[in-house]
Design a protein around this ligand. Structure first.
Ligand code: GLN
Length: 271
């Protein structure tokens, strides 16, 4: 494809809980398997606004409250550049602790409120050190404005269902992952959910929403990491990054996702 992408990775040493760094590996591999060159820019306090402007795809992983309080001090200094990236439709994936910092604020279990970058119209509040964390495997249906369910299948055609209940059959808009968060997130009226919870807690374990979407930026609570088991989301981010950078429609060459589909099937069968 003779194309290249620069992936910006927010504070890898401080924000990468529950295997989130695996998302970077998968983005890189699924690009390289299509001949797309990838450069990873580790973002930290030494990264300049000039460097941030050259990012084609932004990633931020999860973090415990303590690390979030450290990171926000530097992240606030990068607020203008990160907002500019998102406003010009540069795609981003933010997992758990990262989207909490991209909302209006996050109230940790202990300590003072962490003011966020206000990119997502949402707030997050830890339920308190004595309240249970929202932990476990999660299955959700991605909002159709992200991934339409292209698989047209007849209701009783079990062959395509991989032996699964029809509502969970191989729909490419069903995602699976693992969540572990004390924070509960509440979307504002200008925020669209990334997905609808089928099994698990999602944003707050109350309203059935999971994650958030603004322009091409996705926030979600799915660790695991998310992308290895959900190649559709990976390819969505790569396509968006290429389209925004090269200002042309992009259709990525399909890859053999048999292993990924087996992983999803295994998890869906467990439920
Ligand atoms: N510290 C945040 C919370 O508990 C985020 C946790 C995470 O990123 N896994 O909600």
């Amino acid at each position: 494809m003779n194309k290249q992408l620069k992936i910006g990775w927010l504070y890898p040493e401080l924000m990468s809980t529950y295997g989130d760094r695996g998302n970077i590996t998968v983005l890189q591999k699924r690009c390289e398997w299509r001949g797309i060159k990838v450069e990873i820019l580790n973002i930290d306090q030494n990264t300049s606004d000039q460097q941030l402007k050259t990012i084609d795809l932004l990633f931020g992983g999860g973090a415990q409250d303590h690390e979030q309080a450290i990171v926000i001090k530097d992240l606030q200094k990068k607020k203008k550049s990160i907002k500019e990236l998102i406003e010009k439709n540069v795609p981003a994936l933010f997992v758990c602790g990262a989207p909490q910092l991209m909302g209006h604020y996050y109230e940790p279990a202990i300590g003072k409120r962490i003011e966020g970058l206000g990119i997502f119209d949402m707030v997050s509040k830890h339920a308190g050190p004595d309240k249970p964390r929202l932990i476990g495997n999660i299955v959700a249906k991605v909002s159709s404005h992200i991934i339409a369910n292209e698989v047209k299948q007849s209701p009783d055609d079990s062959t395509q269902n991989m032996g699964l209940p029809r509502r969970l059959a191989p729909r490419n808009d069903v995602i699976v992952g693992f969540e572990n968060h004390g924070g509960r997130t509440y979307l504002g009226e200008n925020a669209k959910p990334f997905a609808k919870v089928i099994k698990g807690f999602g944003n707050n374990g109350e309203d059935g929403t999971e994650g958030v979407v603004y322009k091409n930026a996705i926030g979600c609570y799915l660790h695991g990491p998310l992308l290895p088991k959900n190649p559709k989301i990976t390819d969505y981010l790569i396509e968006k990054a290429l389209e925004v950078k090269y200002k042309e429609k992009v259709h990525l060459k399909p890859l053999d996702d048999e292993l990924e589909n087996k992983a999803i099937k295994y998890i869906l069968e467990k439920f």
